[in-house]
Write a protein that binds this ligand. Structure first.
Ligand SMILES: C[S@@+](CC[C@H](N)C(=O)[O-])C[C@H]1O[C@@H](n2cnc3c(N)ncnc32)[C@H](O)[C@@H]1O
Length: 245
C-alpha cells in the first residue's frame, strides 16, 4: 500500500470533482476515452484509480456489466458511492492499491485514467501493470490516460486547468508539484515518467502490444474555440495508451 497516495486524494476529496468538471484537459481526456471505448455493452470492466466514479459510471451507463471501481483513497470511494448522479446497477467499489491488487476477476476491459503517474518507483509501476494484466482476460484490453512529460519550465498548462509549479529530481523519477486551477487552487503531486517507461513496464508485466494515440479534442464551442483546442493539441497534458495481451 502507498499510504501517501491515499492520503493525497483523501485531502483533495470533492475538489477533484470541481477540477474534473471544469478543466479543459479533462474534457479532452473524456472525449478521447469515450471514442476509444467503442461498444462495451455486456463486457466486464475494471476502472482503476476510479476517483469519485466518473468513468466507472460512464462504463456502466454504456452497458458494461459488471463494473468494478478501485481506488486507494477511502474518501474518493466514499464520494463515488454517494455521488448525486447515483450508481447505475452493476457497479461495485473497492478500496485498494492497484500495485497490490488481488485477483478480482478476469475482466474484458480495464480503464486507468491517471493511475500510473502515481507510481513512485519502477518496481511499483511494474507491479501496477502486473495487477492489471492479472485481472484481464486473455483477449482483454487496457485503456490508460497517462500524462506526457511536462513542458515545464518553458511551458505550462494553466489555461487548460493545470498549473505546473516545480520539478523535483528524484533517484528514479522526477516529482512534479502542481495544482488544479480550481478556486482556491488544489495542490497535488505526481511522478514524471516518460512514455517509454510506461511501455516498458507494460511489456515487462506481460502485455503483448502497446499502442499510443494522441489525445482528441471536443468540437469547438463558445467557451473553447478552434484556436483554443489547436493550442491544446500542440502541448496536450496526456496521451492514450492501449495495451492488449
Ligand atoms: C487524478 S485522479 C483520477 C480519478 C479518475 N480516474 C478520473 O479520471 O476521474 C487520480 C486517482 O488515482 C488514485 N490513486 C493514486 N494512486 C493509486 C493506487 N496506487 N491505487 C489505486 N488508486 C490510486 C487517487 O486516489 C485518485 O483518486
Amino acid at each position: 500500500m502507498t499510504p501517501a497516495q491515499g492520503e493525497q486524494y483523501d485531502a483533495i476529496g470533492a475538489r477533484f470533482e470541481e477540477s474534473k468538471s471544469t478543466a479543459a484537459f479533462s474534457a479532452a481526456d473524456t472525449y478521447t476515452l469515450r471514442a476509444a471505448l467503442g461498444d462495451v455493452s455486456g463486457r466486464s470492466a475494471l476502472d482503476l484509480a476510479c476517483g469519485y466514479g466518473y468513468n466507472t459510471r460512464l462504463l456502466a451507463e454504456r452497458g458494461a456489466r459488471p463494473v468494478v471501481g478501485v481506488d486507494v483513497s477511502h474518501e474518493m470511494i466514499r464520494l463515488a458511492e454517494k455521488h448525486p448522479a447515483g450508481s447505475p446497477t452493476g457497479i461495485e467499489y473497492v478500496v485498494a492499491d492497484v500495485a497490490e491488487l488481488p485477483a478480482l476477476g478476469r475482466f474484458d476491459l480495464a480503464t486507468a485514467v491517471y493511475l500510473f503517474n502515481y507510481a513512485p518507483s519502477r518496481a511499483v509501476l511494474r507491479a501496477m501493470f502486473g495487477s492489471v494484466r492479472a485481472n484481464l482476460s486473455d483477449d482483454g484490453r487496457l485503456l490508460a490516460i497517462v500524462p506526457n512529460p511536462a513542458p515545464f519550465p518553458h511551458g505550462n498548462y494553466e489555461e487548460f486547468g493545470l498549473r505546473l509549479l516545480e520539478r523535483v529530481l528524484g533517484p528514479e523519477v522526477p516529482l512534479i508539484r502542481q495544482e488544479f486551477t480550481t478556486d482556491p487552487p488544489t495542490p497535488l503531486e505526481d511522478y514524471e515518467w516518460q512514455l517509454a517507461d510506461y511501455e516498458r513496464a507494460a511489456v515487462g508485466a506481460g502485455f503483448g502490444a502497446v499502442h499510443w494515440s494522441p489525445i482528441r479534442t471536443p468540437p469547438p464551442d463558445a467557451d473553447r474555440d478552434r484556436s483554443f483546442w489547436r493550442r491544446y493539441r500542440r502541448h496536450p497534458v496526456s496521451s492514450l495508451m492501449t495495451c492488449t495481451a
